[in-house]
Ligand binder design. Structure first.
Ligand code: RAM
Length: 526
């Protein structure tokens, strides 16, 4: 894990109040749903589940359980939920001569409950751990908590009552408030039940990451990231068709670039809209891609007119990194993300992502009736360098300037249409399968998405479907109700943060099978 926190206290941000006003006007009305009927379960060893931790029903009736010091119950809400948790508590026995003291833990997967927060020593703030300690002076009471939680399981441990009385819990309920509900769209029936299950979990993942913005993860980060938004918006066009939420997010990013024009990698919306002082080269460029995808979907000229200047600024800044020979050299204040792994050289990816966004930008420039000549010339230069210096005709693979050939470079070159034609693109991916597969040391669905799309795009459908099943299908086998932020099939227990208690098991950038299945499998068979 090589994430470096960026802290730039000296950077000033612009604030376009008109755009912010527009973004506020697009906040969706939350859809409230109540979920009761949680079962009581216990943790068991289950060799096929994540970290070998599964659950089994205890067949106990919650209201018949009287709990005293050190007693614990685990409630199972049967699926992933994002919302507020409520439960009734009452004292049973002698008068309540001391407060009730409890600990609550919320877990998206059972494995989280097998760890204790005291073991956590990772680089992300421990404050994300979904654990609360409560003193309750008077019972009966309806226990409510101030935060929104992301979970399937709730563990309640009674730290103390008193020897004179015990506590009884009844009526646990979750109230969820997402922008969409999975009931809004009809189920997709596919001949292949494994793909159908993958589609369903993707849609659930996407829905649970749609609140008043497209969040990256409802458990952790809980903010709008550009890289995640691009994939969420594409998946949303294939499912919920929530135009307003995409627009809201575009206007949020467009409203708050830094004073040098760069759009930040993520923004916060509470208590008020603030752009984070984190900048990623590819994420800034994806503002163009998201706008372009939006225009392809809805074609609203007024939106383009509003946001084109910010898109142009991202492209102009990116092009300032092009060296006279035609390659891109970034500086460390503006790193390219591509994936969490730093085990591979990302230089060729930066070249490809620039070409990818530049093609879209030229198209937007034409839609604005402006002259794209300068950008076309830059595209020709970047393409020429990629097709000659970065392409090794001997083995039909792209390389970095120091000769490294990695999967991510091939994938992004193919997605950016760098190969001269479809046949060459297909050969690049065939060569990738033959000499660079299997994927190693990549642990994000984000990169796996792009690999899968490059295989689909070049017509290698069987390989794409296999990868989707081996990756997303494997998460389901391990117990996923929603797809995870990080997963390495070679090391299923791997957490980028050293402990699953902080990992996000419902993460936006993993929702892409909803998009990929629709675009490359469903549409094709019509
Ligand atoms: C993490 C989050 C987010 C992602 C960034 C780069 O903090 O998982 O989704 O976009 O990384």
């Amino acid at each position: 894990m090589a994430f470096k926190f960026q802290i730039h206290n000296d950077i000033q941000f612009q604030r376009n109040e008109q755009f912010l006003e527009k973004s506020r006007s697009l906040i969706p009305a939350p859809k409230r749903e109540n979920f009761a009927g949680a079962g009581v379960v216990r943790l068991i060893e289950d060799p096929i589940k994540l970290e070998r931790v599964g659950v089994e029903e205890t067949n106990e009736n919650l209201s018949s359980l009287l709990l005293g010091q050190d007693d614990t119950i685990i409630l199972d809400f049967h699926d992933h939920r994002v919302g507020s948790f409520f439960i009734q508590a009452e004292s049973v026995g002698s008068p309540m001569d001391a407060p009730l003291h409890i600990r609550l833990r919320f877990a998206e997967v059972a494995a989280e409950l097998a760890h204790s927060s005291s073991e956590y020593d990772g680089w992300l703030s421990s404050s994300w751990i979904q654990e609360e300690f409560l003193h309750i002076d008077e019972l009966p009471a309806l226990i409510t908590l101030p935060r929104r939680y992301s979970f399937r399981f709730v563990e309640i441990k009674v730290l103390d009552t008193s020897p004179k009385w015990k506590v009884r819990f009844t009526n646990p309920v979750v109230i969820t408030e997402n922008a969409v509900s999975t009931n809004d769209i009809p189920p997709l029936h596919l001949k292949d039940p494994e793909l159908e299950a993958i589609w369903k979990v993707s849609v659930k993942t996407l829905a649970d990451c749609m609140t008043d913005v497209f969040e990256d993860g409802p458990k952790r980060d809980r903010r709008l990231w550009m890289g995640d938004l691009r994939l969420q918006a594409l998946s949303n066009y294939a499912t919920f068709h929530n135009e307003d939420l995409v627009l809201r997010c575009l206007y949020l990013f467009g409203a708050m670039p830094a004073s040098d024009g760069r759009i930040s990698a993520n923004v916060f919306v509470r208590p008020k809209e603030v752009a984070d002082d984190t900048f990623l080269y590819d994420y800034s460029l994806f503002f163009i891609s998201i706008l372009s995808d939006y225009m392809n979907e809805y074609g609203r000229k007024t939106v383009l007119e509003d946001l084109y200047p910010a898109a142009k600024q991202q492209m102009d800044l990116a092009l300032s990194f092009v060296k006279p020979e035609g390659f891109i050299e970034l500086d460390e204040n503006y790193p390219v993300f591509v994936d969490w792994s730093n085990e591979f050289n990302k230089e060729a990816c930066a070249q490809a992502v620039t070409i990818y966004a530049l093609r879209q930008f030229i198209d937007l420039t034409r839609q604005m009736n402006q002259d794209p000549a300068f950008y076309e010339q830059m595209l020709a230069q970047l393409l020429d360098y990629a097709r000659t210096t970065l392409y090794d005709a001997e083995d039909g693979l792209f390389q970095t300037r120091d000769g490294e050939k990695n999967i991510a470079s091939q994938v992004w070159m193919v997605l950016a249409n760098v190969p001269v034609d479809c046949e060459q693109a297909k050969r690049v991916m065939e060569n990738t399968l033959a000499s660079l597969f299997p994927v190693r040391d990549i642990a994000t669905p984000y990169m796996y998405s792009h690999i899968t799309e490059a295989l689909f795009k070049t017509g290698l459908t069987d390989a794409a479907v296999k990868l989707m099943k081996d990756y997303w299908g494997k998460m389901i086998e391990l117990g996923a109700d929603t797809f995870w932020e990080a997963f390495d099939p070679d090391r299923p227990d791997y957490s980028p943060y050293g402990n699953p208690i902080i990992s996000s098991y419902c993460h936006a950038w993993s929702c892409t099978p909803a998009y990929l299945i629709q675009k490359y499998l469903v549409k094709k068979s019509i």
